[in-house]
Ligand binder design. Structure first.
Ligand code: NAD
Length: 450
């Protein structure tokens, strides 16, 4: 089949590459001409394990193309997918629909023959009707069905998730559109659940799922706080909970709070929709508030640990919002860093704190972090350099390589002996044996034996 994908970001690109690998003819469209130029030159524009090799293969085999021109890609497409961003509105925090509406307006004149227009972006309930109305206004004779096709892939696992989806949700009442989509995804029949539901249900499934996972993360974080006070170990508690099939063992890792390009904005958008519809989504509202406060509390904890140290230095390991991605959008690591930097300038609160020097390293996210943090921190080229003369090691992202850190070497490089591990990545037994004072999440403070 012929597929056009509008938006070549974290969703559009892996989807395009995946569909090409299944044998479809795919054209990925983006307004960002630098991105398209890079992709046409065979250069990947984001980090996802395994994506580059698959992309190169499909370009070489002639099934995958990139363009800025909708006129070039859309007329021949059987399915046009919209995968543009839906960021939070700066004021109301509802999903900002300007990219979706623009994409609908731009694709409409080029529709030719029967086409399924599938919204892959995460969009509020009722967006299907809005997209349909725009298309009808621009091109009243277009023969198309507008469906909801929410995306559930996880960043860092995009390739794996494309080929192994838990479910594919197709939201439409149109039998014709369903038949097209079932044909598109026929390779997944019998392997994954293919759910055909109403368009409004499909739009809701995506938000309801993300909000639920965000609440699960928040819940285990609160349990971790409880464990710290009571002497229980959250790893043991999470294991005990996770073996209960009603609960499941996913998203039971405590940490600095959820982040990334999806959970924060999707919980806020869901809460907004609740308020708009007069429904009290109190669990979601509470999760949003407490998750934001968590980063502030972490920054306070770091400042407490370095209090009294002259010219304190904090070696920060990890900037991406989670391991396996270069994405720093709404990253808890970036928010903790911003909070640490802000507290110095805050004349009302905590003026007594000395501003620490922050030395940062991330295996994949340095370029994205630089765009956001500029010259406010020092960037180094590996984890050991970040620890040179540091008073505290602060682990903020769960990269595999941090798990295998040579703690004897780290200790010899550092000035101090404190580890604050917000991802429970570091082997605490080895940390203590190497003379560190170790503070993980949901565990009591552990001090080296004298
Ligand atoms: P992104 O910002 O990485 O990519 C969006 C791309 O769309 C950009 O490259 C932008 O230039 C392009 N674009 C914007 N307007 C355009 C237009 N009119 N024509 C052509 N290109 C246009 O966004 P993303 O992370 O891929 O997210 C896309 C959507 O998918 C969002 O609604 C998001 O909530 C949802 N989603 C994201 C993920 C994820 O893991 N990132 C997972 C599931 C769902």
């Amino acid at each position: 089949m012929k597929i056009a994908i509008i938006g070549t970001g974290y969703v559009g690109l892996p989807t395009g590459v995946g569909l090409a690998e299944l044998g479809h003819n795919v054209v990925c469209i983006d307004t960002d001409k630098h991105k398209i130029e890079a992709l046409n030159a065979g250069k990947i524009t984001l980090f996802e394990e395994g994506l580059e090799a698959l992309m190169t293969k499909n370009i070489r085999e002639g099934r995958l193309h990139f363009t800025t021109s909708k006129a070039e890609a859309i007329p021949s497409a059987d399915v046009v997918m919209i995968a543009v961003g839906t960021p939070p509105h700066p004021v109301t925090k509802e999903a900002d629909m300007k990219f979706i509406h623009a994409a609908a307006r731009e694709l409409a004149p080029h529709l030719s023959g029967y086409t399924v227009v599938a919204t892959k972006s995460t969009v509020p309930v009722g967006t299907g009707e809005a997209v349909e109305a725009i298309i009808r206004e621009v091109n009243p004779t277009a023969d198309c069905d507008v469906i909801s096709l929410p995306e559930f892939l996880r960043e860092g696992f995009a390739v794996h998730d494309f080929f192994n989806p838990d479910r594919i949700v197709i939201g439409t009442d149109s039998e014709r559109a369903r038949a097209v989509m079932k044909e598109l995804y026929k390779d997944f029949e019998g392997k994954s659940q293919i759910l055909c539901v109403r368009r409004r249900s499909a739009e809701t499934i995506k938000y309801a799922s993300n909000a639920f996972v965000a609440m699960k993360i928040h819940y285990i974080n609160e349990m971790a706080d409880f464990c710290e006070k009571t002497g229980a170990d959250i790893a043991e508690v999470a294991q005990g909970m996770g073996t209960d099939s009603r609960i499941g063992n996913k998203f039971l890792n405590p940490g600095p709070g959820y982040g990334g390009s999806c959970f924060p904005k999707d919980t806020m958008a869901m809460a907004y929709m609740g308020r708009q519809n007069g429904v009290n989504l109190s669990l979601i509202e509470n999760t949003i508030e407490k998750n934001a406060l968590r980063k502030e509390r972490i920054a306070d904890e770091v400042l407490r640990v370095i209090k009294g140290i002259r010219k304190p230095r904090v070696g920060i390991l990890g900037l991406a919002f989670k391991g396996g991605t270069d994405d720093c959008r709404e990253s808890p690591a970036m928010q903790v860093i911003e909070a640490l930097l802000k507290k110095k300038h805050n004349t009302i609160a905590r003026i007594t704190h000395t501003q620490p020097k922050l030395i940062v390293y991330d295996p994949e996210a340095m370029e994205n972090a630089k765009k956001m943090l500029g010259r406010k921190v020092k960037y180094v080229s590996n984890e050991y350099e970040a620890l040179e003369d540091a008073d505290v090691m602060l682990v903020l992202t769960e990269w595999r390589q941090f798990k295998g850190l040579d703690l004897a070497r780290a200790k010899s490089l550092m000035r101090g002996n404190k580890i604050i591990d917000l991802r429970n990545q570091i082997d605490h037994v080895s940390a203590i044996a190497n003379g560190f004072e170790y503070k993980g999440v949901g565990r009591p403070l552990m001090k080296p034996k004298k």
